[in-house]
Design a protein around this ligand. Sequence first.
Ligand SMILES: Cc1cc2nc3c(=O)[nH]c(=O)nc-3n(C[C@H](O)[C@H](O)[C@H](O)COP(=O)(O)O)c2cc1C
Length: 223
Amino acid sequence: MTQTARQVLQLNSSILGDNSVSNQLLATLTERLQAAGEKLEIQQRDFSVEPVPHFDEHWLQALMTPEADRSDSQQQKVDFSDTLIAELKAADILIIGLPMYNFSVPSMLKAWNDHVARAGATFKYTDTGPVGLLENKKVFLVAAMGGVHKVGESDYLRPYMQQFLGLLGLTDISFVTASGLNMGEEPRAEGISRAEAEIDAAVQAYRQKYSKQNQDYKEEEAA
Ligand SMILES: Cc1cc2nc3c(=O)[nH]c(=O)nc-3n(C[C@H](O)[C@H](O)[C@H](O)COP(=O)(O)O)c2cc1C
C-alpha cells in the first residue's frame, strides 16, 4: 500500500512573483517537507495570479439570500466562497506566505480570510464566545519583512494571523520569519538564511510530532 498523501493548501500572497522572498521560502518549505519523507498533494492559490475579491455587500447579500431565491450571479458568489472553504477544510497542512505590507497582511490575504471565516462553516458562536470548527490541521506561516519588527511593537502581521486562525480552531502553528530584507545585502542574506534554519527546525518538529502517523504510513506501505 502506498503512503496516504497529505493534502496541502498553499497560499502565496506576495505581489512580487519570482522575486518574492515568501514565495521562495514557501517553495523551500514544501521541498524540505518532501525531502523529509512527506508525501504531499499541493493545492496552490497565488493571489497575484488569481486575486480574491473583497468580501463586499454583494457577497453578504448573496449568502443571506435563501438558495432558491438567489440570482445566477449571487449563486456564483456563494459558489466561489464555498470553494475557498472546501479547499481549507480538505487541507491537512496549511502553508501561508505572509509578506508584511504596512505592518500587516496583504489585502488579498485579508480578503481570503473574510471569505473563509463563516459562522456555521468554519466557526460557531456559543454562549461563551466563538469556537473554531476546523481541527487537526498543521499550519506553517512564512513571514517576509523589509525591516525588523517585534510582536507587541510594530508587528501586526503574525499576531493578527495567529488570532484569525485561532478563531477557526487552527492553533498548531509554526512560524518562519525572514526579516531585514530591505536593509541591505548582508542583512537580507542573513534574514533569508535564518528563515531557512527556522524551516528546517519547523519541519523537524512537525515530523517528530506526527511520527506516530508517519510510522502508521510506513507500516501500511510495507504491508
Ligand atoms: C506595499 C508594501 C508595503 C510594505 N510595508 C512594509 C512594512 O510595513 N514594514 C516592512 O518592514 N516592510 C514593508 N514592505 C517590504 C516587504 O515586507 C518586503 O519587500 C518583503 O520582502 C515582502 O515579502 P515578499 O518578498 O514575499 O513579497 C512593504 C512592501 C510593499 C510592497
